[in-house]
Ligand binder design. Sequence first.
Ligand code: PLP
Length: 391
Amino acid sequence: MRVNHHALELEQNYLFSEVAKRIRTFQANNPEKALLKLSIGDVTRPLAKIITDEMKAAAEDMSHAETFHGYGAEQGEPFLREAIAGYYTKRGIRVAPEDVFVSDGAKCDLGNLCDLFDADNTVLLPNPVYPVYYDTSIMAGRRVIFANGTKENSFLPMPDPAVQADIIYLCSPNNPTGAVYNKAQLAEWVAYAQQQHALILFDAAYESYIRDPALPHSIFEIDGAETCAVEINSLSKTAGFTGVRCGWTVVPRTLQFDGASLHSMWFRRMATKYNGTSYIIQRAAAVVFTGAGQQAVHADIDYYMENAAIIKAALNAVGIHSVGGENAPYVWMQCPGNADSWDYFDMLLNQYGIAGTPGAGFGSAGQGWLRFSAFGARETVTKASGILASL
Ligand code: PLP
């Protein structure tokens, strides 16, 4: 038996495990000090009642022979796929229910999509980047190249037509930087993908945090994207589903690569290796797209975005440069005095009990930066911001 040697190429310390380890050490050494956790990439608000009520009703249905559900439709229940397609239509974006595949989350889809591509593809990743794109590409044995985010490009790297790439990952609003591409910038990426005959994997997991009405929520707002892009989304951050698990991927039937339909391939892959998202969860997910559901989830999104504004204001008050936080639940700050990300992380943690996430953990271009998440409780955010404003 031989193992996949590419899996051994991964760094053994997953970023978030290392951050958690250092936080545990801080707590063990400082039992009297409060921990102000702004490193959290998970939601903290409970599910909206309208969602849990629907889960209960769906669970009740499962206990009666007439309304019981066994295996569901491979692609997801039609009522949910229609609700998701309707969510796009409301914004004037044409997505057909037939092109929507329901899953148990964006991370799984991002990893599973790798099954469709040959190992001999060049992957272009933004740097810094959500580690899953990099790790899954490395595990699959693909060559990875980077487009660097910098202070000068506001962490919105643009394509270089001279660079050859086959698979391009984009994440907007971005984790970790909170930066969001505008329509003209996404149009440039679409044009580049078309010129390269490349595929864009567009991660829209944070689209519901966009405040500026001019910013695009979906790659399919860009003409031509239906011939070169797949979009991955999730209810994790939109509706607090991190522990519930429901996401979706839009694979347009217009996508043709190497003489094959990606839609057919993805359908086949899902039918082979996935037996569907829980019926109860799909019922709960469908509620999110109703008027009342949207109102409920946006109350929590507003709460998190107020947290982001509080953090951002504290940094502004002391002249610390940051990006993000206006259309995304992450604030990406430049460590003062060109400090190293991990050194600054350790200093904030050990001196003030504030935990961020070191930017260097998201890639070399994150060196010298730190990510703050807005997903904490208001009290924690206010206390930490008070300290940051006095640094
Ligand atoms: N994509 C991005 C950019 C994320 O930040 C996350 C979670 O942090 C995910 C995807 C994973 O989402 P899910 O919980 O749906 O797997």
